[in-house]
Each structure stands twice: as C-alpha cells, then as structure tokens.
Ligand binder design. Structure first.
Ligand code: FES
Ligand code: FES
Length: 150
C-alpha cells in the first residue's frame, strides 16, 4: 500500500492489521512518534491526519491510504523549528522528552481548534497527552505563548 507522510509517498508492505503507529516507526523508521500505552490513553503517538490530531495507535495504516499524514519529523527541522517546537524549548516544556512529540503535535492542532483563551482551556484541550515527568505548567506556557502570537 501507499502512504503519504510529510508530503512524501511511501510504498510499504505491511500486515493489514498494522497500526499507523507501528507502520511509521517500524516500516518508515519515523521514530519521533512514540509508543506509550498503545491503546489510546497517553497521546505519545499523536500525529496529524488531514490536519487533525489523531492517536496513531488507534488507527490502522491501511485506513489512511488517501490521507495526508504529518509526523513530528514533518513539522520543523533543527535549523528551522516550528513555532510550537521553539516555544517548547523556550518554556522548558519537557523533561525526559518521551511525551514531547505527541504534546507538540497535539498542541499545533489544538491552537486551530475552537477553545477558550484561559490556561484551563489549554489544560482541558491537552488532557489526552500525559506527561509522566509532570511538565504540565511549562507545556501550558509554551502553548499559550504560541496562541498569543496567533
Ligand atoms: S501510544 Fe497511542 S495513545 Fe498511548
Ligand atoms: S517530558 Fe517526560 S513524559 Fe513528558
């Protein structure tokens, strides 16, 4: 099957039952997307499908053959970070970093969703992304910084 990821088409031969998460990591070697729980509870595997945030452990790759998939690798580059990546660095929005790509993918989609302006709205909107290190206050600060620049 063919998958379009970060603007590039990939031909992959995979088990039809393979999740998008496993396919990204094990067939395409895009390992920025992390596996935490593998059943929709932690958000570490968040990617964008047609611009919307999705837990990639909860969808089969075979279901996404016509979709535009974006992973953290497609968001920015070390020399040219996405504003949300920059904000996470500036606000110390991570500690171990395991949840971070999921947090950033979720946050980038979240700022385009109709949420209120308060910190509490960001906490609610980001509640599907768990951080075992408890970096939540700094994650909220990073997201709010990006929302302020619009
Ligand atoms: S690995 Fe997908 S939600 Fe936890
Ligand atoms: S930074 Fe460690 S899990 Fe979030």
């Amino acid at each position: 099957m063919t998958l379009k990821v970060n603007g590039q088409s990939y031909s992959v031969q995979i088990d039809p039952r393979a999740t998008l998460l496993d396919t990204l990591r094990e067939a395409l070697y895009l390992t920025g997307t992390k596996k935490g729980c593998d059943h929709g509870q932690c958000g570490a595997c968040t990617v964008h499908i047609n611009g919307r945030r999705v837990n990639s452990c909860l969808t089969f790759a075979a279901m996404q053959q016509t979709a535009e998939i974006t992973t953290i690798e497609g968001l920015g580059q070390p020399a040219q970070l996405h504003p949300m990546q920059k904000a996470f660095v500036e606000h110390d929005g991570y500690q171990c970093g395991y949840c971070t790509s999921g947090q950033i993918m979720s946050a980038v989609a979240m700022v385009k969703e109709p949420w209120g302006a308060e910190d509490g709205d960001v906490k609610e909107a980001m509640s599907g992304n768990i951080c075992r290190c408890g970096a939540y206050p700094n994650i909220v600060a990073a997201v709010q910084a990006v929302r302020r620049i619009g």
